[in-house]
Design a protein around this ligand. Structure first.
Ligand code: R5P
Length: 300
């Protein structure tokens, strides 16, 4: 293992402490404390450790709920540079706002562009896991800084290989086809991609094909993001009407807003498992070794 400890300062943001330990172990770096103080008026004071001169500073911050995280992140990046950091890298296991990648209706902001333009100006590189690339095909379309897109699929495939007998992989919508096809090829397993129509934030409709040929298989719903979980809840409910075992639900990024996790289990999921890109009780798949390998390619 390359030991970066002498040159590198790893600063996990609040909510990223567990990931910080896991990533730090992989990098041979002990996470240090980043202090955030919330003033009564809602403004935030960011304080970094001393002695950043000449060091690589890694800001570890998963960018779910980004509206409240973005300014403190920019403050930290600028402060690190002002205090002599050689490089300021952003390690964002989840990169938010990538679903707002187009002006779907007149007047709407294309937020993926704005977020990228801001981050691009404040950090020297970005490492993330499976960003929601759909209408944007690569992060290089958005960023001028070096970026690394880590695929969680090797870790997910490894988990499925050990935990699920005779899987039938199912992508709940067209956008999930890329992940489901990749995992199915590695597992030499069959897969299906469903058609989803979204009617609103909490209302989706899914068209389920005939499944009689798959009796005996374990359905595995695989998607990049679990947010409200309505996509998977709808798919689980329909799958249960087809005589297959209760589905296993796997997601790369468990945003899991509100009671999404309990709702998905109540709908009939046998298990809900996720990668540790966002701290959640469903996390069972460790992507930090993959992230660490990508970080090492960018640290001078
Ligand atoms: C969208 O295309 C994504 O791949 C997910 O399917 C979606 O974000 C899931 O959202 P929710 O859990 O709110 O249904």
């Amino acid at each position: 293992m390359t030991n970066l400890s002498a040159q590198t300062i790893l600063l996990p943001f609040p909510g990223n402490t567990v990931a910080g330990v896991a990533l730090g172990n992989q990098l041979g770096v002990s996470p240090q404390r980043l202090e955030l103080h919330a003033f009564p008026d809602g403004e935030t004071l960011v304080r970094l450790p001393n002695e950043l001169t000449g060091r690589n500073v890694l800001l570890l911050c998963s960018l779910d709920h980004l509206d409240s995280k973005l300014l403190p992140l920019l403050f930290a990046a600028d402060a690190a540079r002002e205090q002599g950091a050689r490089q300021v890298g952003l390690v964002a296991p989840y990169l938010g706002y990538m679903r707002q990648d187009s002006r779907f209706h007149s007047g709407e902001a294309v937020s993926a562009h704005t977020v990228a333009a801001v981050l691009d100006r404040h950090v020297d590189f970005l490492v993330t896991v499976d960003p929601h690339l759909h209408r944007i095909h690569s992060l290089s379309e958005l960023y001028r800084i070096p970026t690394r897109t880590v695929s969680a699929m090797p870790a997910i495939v490894d988990w499925l290989r050990h935990e699920v007998r005779q899987p039938l992989l199912i992508g709940p919508d067209r956008e999930s086809a890329q992940w489901v096809a990749a995992a199915a090829a590695e597992l030499d397993a069959p897969y299906l991609v469903l058609d989803k129509i979204r009617h609103g934030d909490n209302a989706v409709e899914i068209v389920m094909p005939e499944l009689a040929g798959w009796i005996g298989h374990t359905p595995v719903l695989l998607d990049d993001i679990l947010s409200t979980a309505q996509t998977m809840i709808t798919a689980v409910r329909q799958l249960k009407q087809h005589g297959l075992p209760d589905p296993v639900c796997v997601a790369v990024h468990p945003i899991l807003v509100g009671d999404a996790l309990s709702g998905l289990l109540a709908a009939g999921a046998a298990r809900v498992v996720s990668c540790n890109t966002i701290a959640q009780p469903s996390n069972a798949i460790d992507v930090m070794p993959l992230m660490a390998a990508a970080v090492k390619t960018l640290c001078h």
